[in-house]
Design a protein around this ligand. Sequence first.
Ligand code: PHE
Length: 534
Amino acid sequence: MGDSLNKRENWNGLIGFILAGAGSAVGLGNVWKFPYITGMNGGGAFVMIYLCCIVLIGLPLMLCEIAIGRKTQKNPFGAFRALHPEKTKVAVFFGVAMLLCGVSLLILGSYGMGIMLVLGGAAVITWGWAAVGALGVLIPVLIISYYNVVGGWTLIYAVESLVRGGALADAQFTDAHFGVVASSWKYSLAGTGIFSIFVLLTVWFGVSKGIERVSKVLMPLLVLMLIALIIRSVTLPGSTEGISFLLTPHFGKLTAAGVLEALGHAFYTLSLGMGIVITYGSYLPKERNILGASIWIIILDTTIALMAGLAIFPALFAVGMAPEAGPGLVFKIMPVTLHSFGDGLGALWCFLFFGLLFIAALTSSISLLEVPVAFCMDQLKWRRRTAAGVSFIVISVLSLLSVFGAANWENILWAKDAIIKLMGESHLCGSFFDQMDIFCSNYLLPLSGLLTSLFAAYVWKSRNCLAELRQGAGNIWDTSIWLAIAGLRGDEHVPGRNQVIFTPTLLFGIFIRIFAPIAIIICFMNVIGWINLT
Ligand code: PHE
């Protein structure tokens, strides 16, 4: 059974863990979403709200996930199981209730929801809380199947920006070309195939020899590429408008919906609720400081998101393009923008931009693949290479659906029919690709995030979570925040200095037990339209 019987792999150093964690956090969302929602929701004002969400909700959740992983040294499923092996009556009650609801829905003809509830109910009855861990393994498998397709496009565009010469400078050509790339399965298949092999190879070599090594090279490279693009972008005539779009605070533009957008993005960008952070945390040795590492990951993620904004928006405004988000921005608008600088280096800027996107997508995909691989190694006792190979094959088969259904349903009409039968016409989205993204990001992720936070806070209990966080963290957790702010830590003349009044420990407990679950519930209700904030 080879290496599966050996002791658990570890990160070589804290920097490796931080860079791998940041590699997972820094993804397409940082480039095509964050800058846009920032500009549209009041620039600097939005950044402040976003920082609050990241620190008050994102950080505590991240700490919980890393603590769950490091405590158990297992994949998400194994971790939940190890922390709560007993099947409680409450779990069985919930499972049976889900099962009954599911059966009723099936009888009433609501097949999609019915099947999900029956499967979910059966999982809860069989595994109890470990069903949440199972969800944490399933989500990355689903996400990677379409994320790799976008990764493939970044690769195709990076190569094309060099070989196609100035063709990408032409707005009409670029507009039509993205349609061709997305709807011709040959392009997507080639791109996705090569991209997936990069992901597979990294995971194949293991935690320290693969993931850590690759992150240590690629993350600094990504930052350098961003810096080059920023310097070019902000020195263009007319770029200041773009900088002010991104950074000038407009409190009037900030809406309740904007605040929820900040919250949702904070959650997504840190790769929470996907089992990734639990898995990466499981490779962290006990003597390492989880709090310090998490703060670094968050700083890197936020800084890189802001830097992406500074690379994109000043350039857009300088050449007179309208701000946008998503694939349209990166694959249609950006190539034209990067060719319009008038310095004759369009192809080079384009190559840099897509190379950067490729790295961002690659390190995120790597973190996604590592989750099912860790699951197979821990639970099924497979060797890493077998686990990686089998996960790769399963994911590649799933990817085919996104490859053939990236732009529209034409090539996979049977899947369209199946979705209409299962979910009803009203739930059908633009393409299979959109369908998967909405299902995973809007439904599965918040659900898994909410259950994970409730588990850490109430089932495993915040005090046990804290006990794990304290290991390797010195006495940071119990320092009085007031005394630290006032610069009076350790001053023996301060009366009551030993009284613990306001410490990170208290803050963590309160946020993880109360605010984080409430915040996720509100976010969830907002994305699925149960509350309608403007
Ligand atoms: N954090 C990523 C981002 O900002 C989200 C993500 C991570 C998506 C890993 C997929 C895989 O884009």
